[in-house]
Design a protein around this ligand. Sequence first.
Ligand SMILES: Nc1nc2c(ncn2[C@@H]2O[C@H](COP(=O)(O)OP(=O)(O)OP(=O)(O)O)[C@@H](O)[C@H]2O)c(=O)[nH]1
Ligand SMILES: [Mg+2]
Length: 327
Amino acid sequence: MPANLTPVYYEAEDRFRKAATNEEKIAALEEMLSVMPKHKGTDGLRADLRRKLSQLKEAATQKKGGKQVDIFHVPRSGAGQVVLLGLPNTGKSSIVATLTKAKVVVADFPFATQIPVPGMVRYEDIQIQLVDMPPITADYSAPGQVGTYRNCDIIAVVLDLSQDIEEQCLVLLDFLESRKLLMDEQTPAADDQGNTLGKKAVCLCTKADLAPAGAFEFARKSFDKPIEYLKLSTQTGEGLDKLGELLFRKLNIIRIYAKPPGKPADMESPFTLPVGTTVQDLALAIHRELAQKLKSARIWGTGVYDGQSVHLTHVLHDRDIVELHFA
Ligand SMILES: Nc1nc2c(ncn2[C@@H]2O[C@H](COP(=O)(O)OP(=O)(O)OP(=O)(O)O)[C@@H](O)[C@H]2O)c(=O)[nH]1
Ligand SMILES: [Mg+2]
């Protein structure tokens, strides 16, 4: 299909070619994108220009103040960090837009998202961080993008059920495996050199409302790894209420409510700690120095009678209320 570009587009393109600075190039590229007609014939070119724009903007951010800023470093927040990974237009931003308050760009053209955008998903009384990401393709991922996946707790692989599933899987697996990121939490977390290896992963199968019959069943066999698949549609809302629970379970954490002696427990903001956490670990998480003075603890919750005194090695359970006594 011909691109049918307008004279205004060619003028902006001419300015892009003659631009002396990155700022001028960015301005020209933005204009080229805004005046370009939107149809199938311009999809490839649009993706190309967005890529260039993203690289220029990234370079500009890194130069700011002479300080190196890694835009792909997303500080952790909440009970765990979950980062989306998928091809262009597969519905990643739509998930973040629907489940969090983050301001993300949802658009029907590829490469709408250019930098990571974190949002918080509520699950019962905790918040889990969900990070929207720029897409990857067979030939392109932004430099530094892999760092976000290396540092997260869970990679949420996104498969668009309305598109070719096998092709998406090939691109996603190639991206992950070539960077030694394996969707397999059984694999040790890192090798002797500290390279990340095994990563927790889930697979979010999007656009369920547009999926041909049997697409989800087919998608579920995509990865030869022990990962869970969730069928979603941001259009109909299908599956969205299950995401929080799935992520909570995958994070393998427990919620603990601290209770000061003689006062009611703080039921508003639980501590989130790994499964297997002991009373001593909890004290360390609250205050490293104070933990040395921990003498005893009382618990209300699983496997104990209300207010039972327990040893400091006692293993805590999800939703336990703990009263710590210091010397
Ligand atoms: N019918 C339907 N359309 C969807 C669904 N989710 C997303 N879309 C549409 O798909 C298009 C792309 O959605 P985005 O959320 O921007 O996709 P993305 O994966 O973030 O795209 P990039 O940022 O380019 O990687 C938009 O037009 C959305 O409205 C869905 O569940 N059902
Ligand atoms: Mg997006």
